[in-house]
Design a protein around this ligand. Structure first.
Ligand SMILES: [Zn+2]
Ligand SMILES: [Zn+2]
Length: 395
């Protein structure tokens, strides 16, 4: 491969088109499972490239495929926006009032459309590339399922996928740099809802009641002790209580305290242990004369970057953008449903620098935006990593 026709230079030639794609999606943002215009546009762009296109995969998802046979590489782009009022004054600002691409999924869609264009030009692609345009990364439906498990349910990962790739833009990383590592790179997430049940009565006669607010203080203390006193300090985990509701006025002891919380983990054994410990914390209510109910809603699994895939991305990026621009990720226990795909095939996600220097934009903020210069970097790394995997026939 000569310097001139390398994948990065080819991707750079697509800069204007990828920016235009992103601005278009940015102007018409749609929240999870409502990506009707977005998915129709994607299908319109993929079809003339020679992609075999399947719509309504996972409600509003789109699957495009090029090439034949094995190995199969899947590349995922999430495409949902957030319920936020955009404050940016750019000419491509949201026209859908109260909805905004504030996480950069507009960039993910534009980048993967760029990958489709780059790979569609490859003659005799030695395998299949499947593009997964996924709805609802940020939200779940009534059954607690987000877009990734919905697409998987509709067959998105069938046929023996050999590798699955994704990226996420990062507002804190300089354009031209990426972060990639192996092992856990986001947390598994579950929600718990607990009610502490007492017996209400007059605020002046607490001895005749079983005060659930008093009981809740003991439970809270025990819940906050789980990570610091019960778990191995080498296991990253979080237990957070995000809401507590009880009572109406100062002199009525209520019957019940309701609380809702989130837990994060990176290993299934730790997930099980946290569930047991939360139950133990609620059991305290019984020894103090009360009772409780407790329910867990299982969320997305942790995202574990496969070592071989992470290494392939890293080596490819080293050559395309220079080893001095490839960094390990900063740790965090945020949620990311890409973990559902990478449970089924070796996979990895990398973080793509999309920062505005001296003007950082926080994700999920009404001033969030993506530096368009990042788009060719993302497309080049995904396309070249895919090609290398196909050419060597898998791992
Ligand atoms: Zn987000
Ligand atoms: Zn996101």
């Amino acid at each position: 491969m000569t310097a001139k026709d390398n994948m990065f230079n080819r991707a750079n030639e697509l800069q204007d088109r990828l920016s235009a794609y992103r601005h278009d999606f940015h102007q018409y943002p749609e929240v999870g499972f409502h990506e009707f215009r977005t998915s129709a546009r994607i299908a319109e762009i993929l079809t003339p490239l020679g992609c075999r296109v399947r719509q309504n995969v996972g409600i509003t998802g789109v699957v495009g495929e090029i090439g034949q046979g094995t190995p199969i590489v899947a590349i995922r782009a999430d495409m949902d926006a957030l319920p936020l009022l955009e404050e940016n004054l750019v000419d491509y600002a949201s026209k859908n009032r109260g909805v905004m691409h504030a996480c950069g999924h507009d960039a993910h869609v534009a980048i993967v459309l760029g990958v489709a264009e780059l790979l569609a030009k490859e003659e005799n692609l030695p395998g299949t590339v499947r593009f997964l345009f996924q709805p609802a990364e940020e939200v779940a439906d009534d059954e607690g399922l987000s877009g990734a498990p919905r697409m998987i349910h509709d067959g998105a990962m069938e046929g023996g996928v050999g590798m699955v790739l994704a990226l996420h833009v990062s507002a804190h990383v300089t354009v031209g740099q990426i972060q990639i590592g192996h092992g856990p790179s986001s947390g598994g997430v579950d929600t718990f809802r607990g009610s502490i049940i007492g017996r209400g009565g007059h605020g002046a006669r607490p001895h005749e009641t079983i005060d659930p607010i008093y009981l809740s203080a003991h439970v809270l203390l025990a819940l906050h002790g789980i990570v610091s006193r019960r778990l191995n300090p080498f296991d990253p985990a979080v237990v957070t209580i995000g809401a507590i509701h009880a009572g109406t006025v100062e002199n009525i002891i209520p019957n019940q305290v309701d609380m809702i919380g989130t837990l994060r983990y990176t290993r299934v054994e730790v997930q099980k242990q946290i569930h047991e410990e939360i139950r133990r914390a609620f059991e305290i209510t019984k020894s103090l004369g009360g009772d409780y109910s407790l329910k867990f809603e299982l969320g997305t699994p942790p995202m574990i970057n496969d070592e071989k895939v992470a290494l392939l991305i890293k080596q490819t990026a080293n050559e395309l953008i220079g080893a001095e621009n490839v960094f390990p990720p900063t740790d965090g226990l945020g949620a990311e449903d890409f973990g559902c795909f990478s449970e089924l095939a070796p996979g990895a996600m990398f973080y793509l620098g999309s920062k505005f220097e001296a003007d950082e934009r926080e994700h999920h903020n009404s001033r969030f935006d993506v530096n368009d210069r990042c788009l060719p970097y993302g497309a080049a790394i995904l396309a070249e990593t895919t090609l290398r995997f196909l050419r060597k026939g898998g791992f």
